[in-house]
Design a binder for this molecule. Sequence first.
Ligand code: MOS
Length: 734
Amino acid sequence: MKFDTPATTNPIDQLKIIGKPTDRIDGPSKTAGTAPYAYERHDIVANPAHGYVVGSAIAKGRIASIDLTDAKAAAGVLAIVTAENAGKLAKGSLNTASLLGGPEIQHYHQAIAVVVAETFEQARSAAELIRVDYIRAEGAYDLAAAKNSAAKPATDEDPPDTAVGDFAGAFATAPVQFDATYTTPDQAHAMMEPHASMAAWDGDRLTVVTSNQMIAWGARDLATTLGLPRDRVRMISPFIGGGFGGKLFVRADVLLAALGARAAGRPVKVALTRPLIFNNTTHRPATIQRIRIGATRDGRITAIGHEGWSGDLPDGKPETAVNQTRLLYAGANRMTATRLAVLDLPEGNAMRAPGEASGMMALEIAVDEMAEKLGLDPIEFRILNDTQVDPEKPERKFSHRPLVECLRMGADRFGWSKRSAQPGRTRDGRWLTGIGAAAAFRNNVVQKSAARVRLDPRGVVTVETDMTDIGTGSYTIIAQTAAEMMGLPLNKVVVRLGDSTFPVSAGSGGQWGANSSTAGVYAACVKLREAVAQKLGFGSADVVFADGEVRSGNRSAPLAKAAGDSGIVAEDTIEFGDLDKKYQQSTFGAHFVEVGVDAATAEVRIRRMLAVCAAGRILNPKSARSQVIGAMTMGAGAALMEDLVIDERSGFFVNHDLAGYEVPVHADIPHQDVIFLDEVDPISSPMKAKGVGELGICGVGAAIANAIYNATGVRVRDYPITLDKLLDRMPAVG
Ligand code: MOS
C-alpha cells in the first residue's frame, strides 16, 4: 500500500481497541520470567559452549604479538578466535570500527579475542592467560582540544550547514544579543539486558538469537561481515531488555558467537560483561554547542545561530545537535553548522533521540537565558516566536504543530503562575525551590514496513513481522491494530515479532517504530479484509468487521468461517510517498519541572515533573505514558548525573559499570505526570499516529537546568549539573 495522500476515515477510527489504555500482552510472560531473552534460548540453540570476549587494553595502536599457548591448554577450552585465525572479515556497513580488532586497534576494549569453553567460568579464566604485547600510539581523546581540527562531516542525510538570510549582519545589529556555549558529556545507553547472542551453524547456514532493534539491518550486516549470502543468516530477537539505540546495529557479541561456534564446531553463547559494554559498544557522543540569538526589544527573534561540535572514530558520524534549531523558532536570519572531530574514543552513535536530546539540552537553556535578558516570561517568549511553517523553507507547513497549546496547558496544569520570576527567592525549609520549563521537539520519521497476517479456522489472526519490542509495547499496539481492523477482541490476535524470516518492518529506531510498523500491519489487514470479503462473496464496499463477524448489507458470517480449513494469508508493505517532504512532520511538547536545591550543600532533588505531548493519535495511552515517563527519567539522568568520564591519557571511559555510571533510581524521581493532547495527524500514516518514545527526553534536561536556576540564581551550562558546579556560587545562607 502506498501512502501518499492524507488519510481519510478508515477502520482504525472506530477506536474500539486502538486508543484505549491497554495492558501489555507480553506483560505476564515478562513479569513471570517466562519470556525468553537471547541468552536463554536453549530451545533454539541446544547445548551451547560459552564465549568470553577479551577487550583491548589500549585505545590506539597495534598488537605486536598475542600468545594463546597457556589459554589453549586451560581446562575446558574448545577454541580461541582472534583476528589472526578468524578468516577474512568484512566490515558491516553500520560499524565504524571492526568488531574483532587486531593487529590494528581502533579503541579501548575493542574485542581482540573470544575464548570458547565448556563453562563461562572456564572461558573467563582462560581469557586471563592470553598474553598480548601492544605497541601504543598517541590518540586524541579530548573534544575541546580537537575542536579546532573539526571539519564539516561528509553525510548524505542531514546537511551539516544551513543558512537563511544574513545571520551575521542581523545578529550584529540586534538590539538584544545573547551568545553562550554549552557542553554535554558522553553518555551510555546502560540498558538492563547486556548485548547477548547465541549462534549455531548448520553447514554454511547460521542461526543467531540475539538482542537487536533492527533485524533486517542486523542480518544483512552479519552476512556481509562473514562473507555469506544474505539468505544464509537467520536472526531472531523476539524479546529485548532495552536498547536505546545501543542495539541498532550488530555488535561484537553476535559476530564473536558466530565465529566462536564455527571454530568450536558447536553452538556458542556470548554475553558482553557489563564492564566491557561501555567501551566495547557505542555511546552518545559529547557535544560543544554555541548558540547565538538576536532579538528586538519586544522579544522577536531576528537572528538565531547554533553550531555543534562532536567527535567520533574515523568515518564516524556527528551528533546532529543543531537540527531542531532549524525548525523550532521563527527568525528571518539563521544559521546552523555541524562539525566533527576525529577522536579515538569508542564509537559514538545513536542514543535515544540522537541530535535533539543533546541539542535541546542547550537550546532550551539559551531560550530561558534570552527571555530573562529581554525581561520576558520564558513561556511567553517561546509563544511569541512560534512558527507554523518551516522557518528555513517557509512554503512548507508543519503537518500539525500545537507547541503553543502544549506550553499553555502545561503552564496551567503545573501552576506556572506561582513561579517567582526572580531566581533564588523561594524557600521551603532548607531547600531553595524553583520551577523551570522547556519546549520538547523531535522529528517524526516514517519508514517502509511490512507484515503478514493469517486468519486461521479458529478465527484467530496471527501477525508476523520482523518488528522488535525493546520494552516499548510494540506487541500490544500491533495486536490492537489487527484486532481493530479485523473486528476481533485482543485475545483473538497472536503477534510474532523479531525474526528475519518474517516480513521486513521499520524496526525500532528513531521513534518511527510504533507508527510505521502498525501502518504496515494496517496495510496487511486491508488485504486480509478484501480476501475475506471475496471468499464470503460479499461486496467489499460496505463490508463491516465487528464482534468476530463479517457483515455486508443484511448478510453476516463468522470471521472464522471465511478461513475455511486452510486459513487465509495476506501480506503487504506500507510505503510512504513524499508527504514528509511536502509537510514538516514533527512531534511537540512542553516539560515542566520543580526542584529543591539544598541551600547548604547544593544537592538537587527533583520534586515533580510534567510533560505535555502532542504526538498524533496515541495508540495505547498506557504504554505511551510509560515511554514518556521513562524518557523524562532518562532526561533527569542526563541533566543531573550521567557522565562517561574519560581518562585522557589512556583514552577510555573510566566509570564503565553501573556502580560508576550513575543513572536515576526511584528515589530520584518523586512524581511524574504526562498529558497527551488530543491530536490526530492524517498526514503521518493511516494510523494518524506519530512517535513519542524519544519526544519525552527532548527538552527535559533543560527544564531541570532552568528550574535549578530559578531556585538558586546559578546558571550551569555544562552538563551534568552536579553539586560541585553549583556550590561555590550558591546564594549566602541567611
Ligand atoms: Mo534510537 S537512538 O534510533 O534506538
